[in-house]
Ligand binder design. Structure first.
Ligand code: NDP
Length: 297
């Protein structure tokens, strides 16, 4: 059984050498009468939150589970199975809960999404477009900006790495201001967005990937604008919304089948490429949802 294991507790920016691939036999010592389950893993999800865990992760070819708790049977197999790590899995639910529940959107509102071409962001933008909002996304390369505009249907998109002054950039894309900000990155982007929010705007704080590898998180300086503009800023955790998974599938599956929602994956072949794929999230190497193929279905 091949596994990716953490060699050391990670401090600062994680490196591929913090992980190693080992091969061993799986311990099948199961007490009689127990409900243990042996799982053959096909696809692994690469998610930024894994940096915050960086302890043994179950990145392996087979997993022995003590019970079936937390497992569910995949009913709809007419879509790629790997989608259950992305659009039909945790990142999809995150986009759904964050946009529909936390942002309280209204038709015609102005929406800004950061890390917009990623696993969560690409869906937030498409949900917002389907809902009738005006949507702008930021991402870290020309290739990603093109995807946002030409594949996901964002109204506008820009490469934040080429903008010397983020406040100026946001004023250019939102001369009237921002009603909804879907926050994925934090730091300087958040500071600039706060200055450009409209009165009674909403900020859904999904994540702050720019802060995860810093020993000392950056400060946010423009918080008083939240008061002046009466902005609601709310963090959320996707697992609170898992009871709505059925409702979420009812919305998303028909849209995938009818081609109204599209999803881009970045596929790394083979468990041995898992460490590089995970590290790549923090330099923006992934284009779309990062998946690791362990075995084909
Ligand atoms: P992505 O697929 O978007 O991958 C991460 C992307 O973040 C990179 O491709 C890169 O894109 C961007 N990025 C990396 N470092 C920086 C940086 N320093 N500054 C700005 N952008 C950076 O990841 P996900 O869609 O899976 O996750 C998006 C966010 O959502 C994360 O913050 C994650 O932690 C959060 N999240 C929160 C959940 C919750 O329950 N609250 C659940 C799931 C995810 P680029 O090239 O554009 O820079």
């Amino acid at each position: 059984n091949k596994q990716v294991v953490i060699k050391n507790y990670v401090s600062g920016f994680p490196k591929e050498s913090d992980m190693e691939i080992i091969t061993g036999s799986i311990k099948l010592k199961v007490e009689s009468g127990s409900k243990a389950i042996l799982v053959k893993n096909l696809y692994l999800s690469c998610d930024p939150y894994m940096r915050l865990l960086m302890r043994p992760q179950g990145w392996e070819e087979y997993s022995l589970l003590k019970s079936s708790q937390g497992l569910f049977k995949i009913e709809h197999t007419d879509v790629p199975l790997s989608y259950y790590t992305g659009i039909l899995g945790m990142p999809g639910m995150t986009a759904y809960a964050g946009f529909y529940e936390v942002c309280s959107p209204k038709k015609g509102e102005y929406v800004f999404v950061s890390a917009a071409s990623g696993a969560v962001g690409q869906l937030v933008g498409q949900f917002a477009k389907l809902f009738g909002c005006y949507v702008v996304g930021s991402a870290g390369s020309k290739e990603k900006v093109d995807l946002l505009k030409n594949k996901f249907g964002f109204d506008e998109a820009f490469n934040y790495k080429e903008e010397p002054d983020m406040n100026e950039a946001l004023k250019r894309y939102f001369p009237q201001g921002i009603d909804i900000y879907f926050e994925n990155v934090g730091g300087k982007m958040l500071d600039a967005v706060i200055l450009n929010m409209r009165i009674h705007g909403r900020i859904a704080v999904c994540g702050m990937i720019s802060q995860y590898n810093l020993d000392q998180p950056e400060g946010v300086h423009n918080l008083m604008s939240i008061v002046y503009k009466r902005v609601r800023m709310e963090g959320f955790a996707v697992f609170d919304y898992y009871p709505q998974y059925g409702k979420f599938l009812d919305l998303v599956l028909p849209n995938i089948r009818e081609g109204k929602i599209t999803y881009v994956e970045d596929i790394a072949e083979g468990l041995e490429n898992g460490p590089a794929a995970l590290i790549g999230l923090f330099s923006g190497r992934n284009v779309g949802k990062q998946v690791v193929v362990v075995a084909r279905d």
